[in-house]
Design a binder for this molecule. Sequence first.
Ligand code: TYD
Length: 218
Amino acid sequence: MTMTARRGTFITLEGIDGCGKSVQAGRLFCWLREHGWDVERTFEPGGWQGGKTLRSLVLNGEIADAETELLIFLADRSGHLASVIWPALEAGRIVLCERYSDSTWAYQVGGRGLDPAKVRGLMELCGFPQPDLTIFLEISPEAAAERLVRRGKADCIETGGIALMSRVAGAYAELAAAHPERIVTVPAGGTEEKVALCIQREMERVLFSGRTCCEVPS
Ligand code: TYD
């Protein structure tokens, strides 16, 4: 496989359930388009043809085994990369993705307690690229839980409760501390508007730095 320089910009949004990720992804998508950027908005799990089945498999509660669940998230990512993310980056577009590898680390290692070395090894084997920028929307598990209750819906992972979300939040904070060059922590407890402005500032920094990143398979 030959590699060519990737031309697009890969942005991910991360955080615990109820952090406001989808609302902020929507706002950021509109803001980028208003400023003339060509953006592919997508999400995990399930943001590609075929992903719907995998998404319902992991979210409907039928898979009790954490390792099986992990493999489904990885399979979903692999299909998502091949059919959506890589083609968009290769075409020079911005990819704005809700959840990506940091979710696997935070939920499957931090939340479910899977062996970090094993998960890291599997992810390396898969060869998933690093995002250029990851926005980590930080909020307390209690505040996020309140939002989820107001929203009135919870899938099987969301129903894992405050204890699970606290472990996931801790894993995200550790990730952000370990990768300050890539992960920006944005306090997500404020108003929608305030959080959106904070994210826009970070985007401007990355988009106008002229920084390009790794490689695209061809
Ligand atoms: P998401 O679609 O963000 O949930 P919603 O939009 O309903 O708030 O994500 C669904 C769940 O999947 C979420 O609880 C996090 C979990 N998840 C993992 O556990 N590992 C992963 O690798 C990914 C991508 C998601």
